[in-house]
Design a protein around this ligand. Structure first.
Ligand SMILES: NC(=O)c1ccc[n+]([C@@H]2O[C@H](COP(=O)([O-])OP(=O)(O)OC[C@H]3O[C@@H](n4cnc5c(N)ncnc54)[C@H](OP(=O)(O)O)[C@@H]3O)[C@@H](O)[C@H]2O)c1
Length: 347
């Protein structure tokens, strides 16, 4: 699923060109058009369909920038091989997201975490490194929380997700398990959502000397209390989340809505090609956002928020919607690749 979105998003990209494709040994040696079951509404580009699939277990012949979408167990083995060979690995997998020296980055939220790349052993040896984007359910949540944290402070976050089936990859959840049903369990998802949200909204401590890379630097997770419930629902694309928050200071609803609508980050400042004009948009209609209507806002890169109202337990509650395969996966990685280029990290 994520690999296909990479192809779709990179087809007309102004900075990157697809030069190499690799997947499992089921696909190795085949033309991409033979190996893939293309599931997207846009056509599979002809020149991509005609590319031959390489083995993924060696960086021989691979370009120096790798956009990777592998299962975590496979990524844990393969991604370091590419980093070691001097590649910039822009990863979607959870394998290295929580490693102390691997940045977990959203360009609008924590681009200042990138320099921790310099502490990676691969970087020191071959200039290669790994950078990650978040889990798809953490992505929408963090984009909605970042403006609140910045303006009002965050004390407690409670999130309940309704996650689309495309989040489980292809072919994903069996139809007999999900049609007319809700599955209240997604393996390791709640843990990922909780720890990644705190790392993304955490801060950098220490500094490195730009030339030698000496010094020390660490990412300190944000200290707010956080709990997640994750559910799989029969929706094709778009993770919806019901959120309750306790803020660090009192805020009026107009101030909260303005903090979302006015939120911009380095991605917008640098005018990165995949950056949405508005990372977060507040919808005023009482029954929005909805996946079918709102998931493609900002080419799938804008997070939609709605239904802000007082919460009887915490301070405020609201609904968040984010495209899990674009903003939550391939689009996030492409935006990270653009940030790396703009900041001088690409070979
Ligand atoms: N889907 C989402 O919304 C989403 C969001 C955020 C993060 N992610 C993460 O992104 C990663 C990929 O997810 P997905 O949804 O795209 O899964 P997917 O549809 O199951 O695709 C997995 C890909 O990995 C390849 N692969 C499997 N074994 C391999 C091996 N031994 N060596 C090399 N390649 C191998 C497969 O190749 P073949 O085609 O040859 O089988 C396939 O192309 C996962 O870590 C997932 O957690 C997904």
């Amino acid at each position: 699923m994520v690999g296909q979105r990479f192809i779709q998003l990179l087809e007309h990209h102004p900075w990157f060109e697809i030069a190499w494709l690799a997947a499992s040994d089921r696909s190795e040696g085949k033309l991409y058009g033979e190996a893939v079951r293309w599931r997207l509404k846009t056509a599979l580009p002809k020149h991509i369909a005609a590319m031959r699939m390489s083995p993924a277990n060696s960086a021989d012949g691979a370009p120096k920038v790798i956009f990777a979408a592998l299962d975590a167990a496979i990524a844990a083995d393969l991604e370091p091989r590419f980093a070691e060979a001097g590649c910039a690995v822009v990863s979607n997998s959870s394998a290295f997201r929580m490693h102390a020296d691997v940045p977990l980055v959203i360009p609008e939220v924590n681009p200042d975490h990138l320099p921790i790349i310099e502490t990676q052993s691969w970087r020191k040896k071959s200039r290669g490194y790994i950078v990650t984007n978040s889990n798809c359910s953490a992505m929408g949540l963090v984009l909605a929380l970042a403006p609140l944290q910045k303006q009002f402070g965050l004390l407690t976050v409670m999130a309940t997700t309704m996650q689309a089936v495309s989040g489980a990859g292809y072919p994903g959840v069996p139809s007999l398990d999900i049609l007319g049903n809700v599955v209240p369990y997604i393996a390791k998802e709640e843990e990922k959502m909780e720890e990644e949200t705190q790392k993304l909204l955490g801060h950098i401590e220490g500094s490195l000397d730009g030339r030698s890379g000496s010094g020390s630097m660490k990412i300190v997770p944000a200290p707010f209390a956080m709990s997640a419930h994750c559910n799989r629902v029969a929706v094709e694309d778009g993770h919806m989340e019901s959120i309750s928050v306790k803020l660090g200071r009192s805020a009026k609803p107009d101030e909260i809505i303005a903090s979302w609508n006015e939120f911009r980050g380095l991605a917008q400042e640098l005018k990165l090609p995949s950056a949405p004009e508005r990372p977060v948009v507040y919808l005023t209609a009482p029954d929005r956002p909805q996946p079918r209507i709102d998931v493609d806002r900002g080419n799938g890169m804008t997070t939609s928020v709605g239904r802000l109202r007082p919460c009887n337990v915490f301070d405020w509650k609201f609904t968040v919607l984010s495209h899990n395969v674009i903003r939550g996966a391939a689009g996030a990685a492409v935006l990270n690749g653009e940030l790396l280029k703009a900041q001088g990290y690409l070979p």
